[in-house]
Design a protein around this ligand. Sequence first.
Ligand code: CA
Length: 230
Amino acid sequence: MKKVLVLEDESSIRSFVVINLKRSGYEPIEAETGEQALEELKKNPDIKVALLDVMLPDIDGFEVCRRIRALGSKIGIIMLTAKSQEMDKVTGLMTGADDYVTKPFSPAELTARIDALYRRTGGDTEDEPVLGELTSGPFRLNTRNRTLEKNGSRIRLTQIEYSIMKLFIDNPGKALSREDILNEVWGRDYFGELKIVDVNIRRLRIKIEDDPTIPTYITTVWGYGYKWGF
Ligand code: CA
C-alpha cells in the first residue's frame, strides 16, 4: 500500500483528504498534532509522502517539516497552506518541503500533486528506494530530477552547477583539471574559456559550502583544478 501521512488538526478537512486519498488508492495515516505526526512516521517507515498543515495546536507544520528533514528523511513533503499564508510558502520550501497546496484545494489537485511527488520520491519502485540517488557526506544528489540536498534542504542549482556536482560526487577525492571539468560539463565541442569553470565553482561554493571563503567540500588543487573531498 502507498502510505501517505495526513497531518491536519481540523477533522472536517482531514476526513475530506482521507476519503479522497483512499479513493485514489492510497493508505492515509492520520495525525492531528505535530507530535503525533512524528510518532506515526516512526511507526510507519514506509510512508513516502506527507501532507503537513501549517497551523496546528502544538508545533507548527514548518517545524514538523524541519524535524523530519533533520532526521535525514527523504520522504516527499507537501505543505497545506491557507491563502493568508502566501509568504509562508517560501519558508516552507526553505525548511525542506517539496511542494505546497493552498486551501481550499480540489481533490483532483491534491492527488495530482501527491502522484507526482510519489513518482519523484521513488515511491513506485518500492524495492529500489535509493535508485537515482547519490550521497556524499551531507549531500544527496537526485539524478532523476537533477536536484541537490544538503542535510535535507534543497539547494537550488542551475543545470551546469548540477552537472559539476554530479561530476564531483562521481569522482570523490580525485583531482579534476579545469579542462576535465570543462570537457565533461560543457562538452568537448565547447570552445569557451577555462575561466567559466572557475566562475561556476565560485558560485557553487557559495551555495554548498559551510563557509565559502574556506571551502572544505570543493577544494582547490593549485595550478591544476579542483577536488571533491572532505
Ligand atoms: Ca490547521
